[in-house]
Ligand binder design. Structure first.
Ligand SMILES: Cc1ncc(C[n+]2csc(CCOP(=O)(O)OP(=O)(O)O)c2C)c(N)n1
Ligand SMILES: [Mg+2]
Length: 545
């Protein structure tokens, strides 16, 4: 067998159903021969974002795999891999490499060298016979430890060479680690002793599928729960103990409860310092449970820490905490949930004029509010984009089921949301998959709406067009006044139609809901839809200093 066919055969054994890629890479043809659906995008970055979503919405049970050509394909893919690295997403990247006689000679782009800092594992295969071992290492790395991209560079001449008969391959295991039982007992004691604990859940809960345990621990402790953006939907936000998600903009109840917490328990999170996550107030007692010891004491000092899988950690804590509480309720729930309810109603009351505004150009908040109340939230997977849409949607969207919100933003590449939504639709075809983005964001990856049409990925794309990079207005005053540098333009409803999809431009508040309903019907018929809402240049966010 040729090495390319061996790679495809191994992908099949690893359960890979789609190979997303961009030519030329012999692995693409070999995958098609092996009956793996090949999906060709319009640019590499979007394809990587699709792979990223396949891994996210399946909790890493299925791994997104991307193949691209040596040279330009690998150079152009950097953003997609860097984004997955920044947000800790497990994907397998299979770049072609220059033929071995040119492989490491400048100016030829070496994936092995250049991707070192945005992968957790990168290998260059220089012998066809080494392919099975390299693939085994890559899949073992991607399935275990902290989720992050892995890369196997496969020079084109290696891919065309025969692998000697007798090679074997066993799919890589997924192994879980549990925290030290003594540390678990200490953490349980601290959680039970705390007067006003807050639980902060990250995406580790999604990868461990530990949603039930998270809820059980919160209900045992009668403690409020928030999440990182990446962890959003790990806890149902309709739950009376929910504070909504963290992010750049947050709810009043989250701000209040974090500020007044005496202990913050982070589970499956990194506590990384970022503009797009809620900052932990100074001087708090922090207990940190995470898979990767490299995150302990990194950005916040942890008084106590647990290292291990979020599910096994929560299982162990539930046992220890239950023992200490001796089965009885603590009698705090009523007061805690009443306080949350009160603050939430004050906060929503303050925002209601924006959320239900009848103004034109439309309030982006009105569009989001109407969307939230028109879709079946439990059966929708939604993602934001960089820019104002992220900060407008994340505090107000209330996911009720796990993995129905793809939150991101450790790095914030404009245009990421489209590929995420297409990948989500690929992995979860029965869900309505929606991306909400601005007119700057569509400039980066918009052409891949054509891929959604061609590949029959009927997504719903919600574009907030304010003909501006509104979020930059504050920092580009002079450039805007003198040179109109934040202005942008386009008719994206026409653009969507030109690419073969459904497109509608919406300008009136009363037309929002009917347009959403028509677009959802179109997605049910198999046609991707893009709704272009003409919105004001909003600069107000639910931010607490
Ligand atoms: C690739 C990339 N380059 C630059 C940025 C910085 N950036 C963040 S938001 C933004 C403008 C967003 O404009 P738009 O999407 O139209 O949203 P608006 O704020 O107008 O609602 C820019 C330039 C980024 N996030 N990603
Ligand atoms: Mg804009």
């Amino acid at each position: 067998m040729k090495a390319a066919a061996v790679v495809a055969d191994i992908l099949k054994r690893e359960g890979v159903q789609f190979l997303i890629g961009y030519p030329v890479n012999p692995v693409i043809e070999a995958a098609a021969e092996a009956d793996i659906r090949t999906i060709i995008v319009r640019q590499e970055r979007t394809g990587l974002h699709m792979c990223d979503a396949v891994s996210r919405v399946t909790s890493g049970e299925r791994i997104g795999v991307f193949a691209m050509q040596h040279g330009p394909g690998t150079e152009n893919s950097f953003g997609g891999v860097a984004q997955a690295y920044g947000d800790s997403v497990p994907i397998v990247v299979l770049p072609g490499g220059y033929p071995r006689r040119l492989l490491n000679i400048p100016p030829n782009f070496s994936s092995f060298l250049n991707y070192q800092h945005v992968t957790k594992w990168a290998e260059q295969v220089i012998l066809a016979d080494a392919v099975p071992d390299a693939m085994r290492r890559a899949f073992t790395q991607v399935r275990n430890g902290r989720p992050r991209p892995v890369l196997v560079e496969l020079p084109v001449d290696v891919l065309r060479e025969e692998v000697a008969d007798g090679w074997t391959y066993t799919p890589a295991p997924r192994l879980r680690t549990a925290p030290d039982p003594r540390a678990v007992a200490e953490v349980a004691a601290a959680l039970v002793a705390a007067e006003r604990p807050v639980i902060y859940a990250g995406q580790g809960v999604h990868y461990a599928r530990a949603w039930k345990q998270l809820r059980e621990l919160a209900e045992l402790l009668e403690a409020p729960v928030t999440t990182s953006l990446q962890g959003k939907s790990a806890f149902p936000e309709m739950h009376p103990l929910s504070l909504g998600s963290g992010g750049r903009s947050i709810s009043k109840q989250l701000h209040h409860c974090l500020t007044n917490a005496d202990l913050i328990f982070g589970i499956g999170c990194s506590f990384s310092t970022t503009n797009y996550g809620v900052a932990m107030p100074k001087g708090k007692r922090i207990v940190h449970a995470t898979l990767d010891p490299a995150d302990i004491n990194k950005d916040v000092r942890a008084e106590l820490a647990l290292v291990g899988d979020a599910g096994l950690t929560l299982d162990a804590l539930i046992t220890e905490v239950s023992d200490r509480l001796r089965g009885g309720p603590r009698g705090r729930a009523a007061a805690v949930t009443q306080e949350i309810k009160q603050l939430k109603s004050e906060w929503l009351g303050e925002w209601m004029p924006r959320l239900t505004s009848d103004a034109t150009p439309l309030s982006p908040y009105r569009v989001i509010w109407d969307l939230l109340h028109t879709v079946d939230v439990a059966n929708t997977i939604i993602t934001h984009d960089a820019g104002s849409p992220r900060d407008q949607i994340s505090p107000f969207w209330e996911p009720v089921a796990p993995l129905t919100y793809i939150g991101w933003g450790k790095t914030t590449q404009l245009g990421y949301g489209l590929g995420l939504t297409m990948g989500a639709k690929l992995a979860a075809p029965d869900k309505l998959c929606v991306n909400v983005w601005g007119d700057a964001a569509i400039g980066f990856t918009g052409m891949d709406f054509e891929t959604a049409v061609r590949e029959r990925l009927p997504i719903l794309s919600v574009l907030l067009n304010n003909f501006s990079m509104a979020i930059e207005l504050k920092v580009m005053k002079v450039a805007t006044e003198k040179y109109r540098s934040t202005d942008i333009g386009g008719n994206y409803a026409d653009f969507a139609k030109a690419l073969g999809g459904w497109g509608e431009r919406v300008t009136e508040p009363g037309a929002i809901v009917p347009a959403i309903k028509r677009a959802i019907d179109k997605t049910r018929e198999g046609t991707p839809a893009l709704l272009e809402f003409i919105t004001e240049k909003a600069v107000d966010f639910s931010i607490f200093p």
